[in-house]
Design a protein around this ligand. Sequence first.
Ligand code: ADP
Length: 285
Amino acid sequence: MNENQSEEDASGHSGSTMKAQGKKDEDLQRQINQIKHKIVVLSGKGGVGKSTIAVNIAVSLALAGKRVGLLDIDFHGPSVPKLMGLEGQHLNIDGNLIIPSVYGPFLKVMSIGFMLQNQDDAVIWRGPLKMGAIKQFLSEVSWDSLDYLIVDSPPGTGDEPLSIMQVLGPQTKSVLVTTPQEVSLTDVRKSISFCRKLSSEVIGVIENMSGFVCPNCGETVNIFKTGGGEKMAREMGVRFLGRIPLDPMIVESGDSGKPYVDAFADSESAQIFMKIIQPILLLDK
Ligand code: ADP
């Protein structure tokens, strides 16, 4: 038995366990330091299009020539592999590091979805396990140096958003997604105060599913109302990034795994996405 193994600290940890933990923390910090801009996409409610927007922001940034990572920490409902047409992929290991999946030359993608034997498997984890997995997804994946890491977090202000903000540190910024109606706005206000409590700068709010242009008559129908996200952003003192309409092609592109901004680059909604990412691109000037 060597000196390290025989020595235990007050909490019962041996010297070698503490050394191993120290090395893990160093690896994690080294990886995080290689990422210039960390952005978590949050929503107060599920189903408002947060994952769709996280994917399309990541792809838009990659199309703009940035080196981008997209990390899906929605452990209970990972939809990023499906939305990006990467479903069913299994990841390779190089030395100690997991090789993330890739979309095009500039976008690396990591999700618990790549690790499930079966897409219908349920992940049943409590908080500490999720924290451990988030750290591993950062420290044991070969992200290399990135201009942006976009994180798709589950809705609300629970374990996952809290853990990722804590692990990535105070430079982490956030983008909030809401639909225009009051039930969603009430919850996104909570997300804004969550970000403020954690000193995470809110880059802005996106109002999704804002109006629907009828393909038959051309008339705009505000199914979930419109303008609520912008009004709320003004009241809360955060920037309003833009309004994305309800668009059947966004559903179609998500279901067929072809990110909208790439598949329909010339469409009006894709142009809106490109406008929305301008303040994010400015961070890298
Ligand atoms: P969340 O991550 O908030 O749960 P998703 O991104 O999974 O939401 O989106 C939920 C559903 O809504 C998906 O089928 C997606 O294609 C669809 N969706 C998202 N945004 C739009 C939009 N602007 N127009 C039409 N459908 C949309």
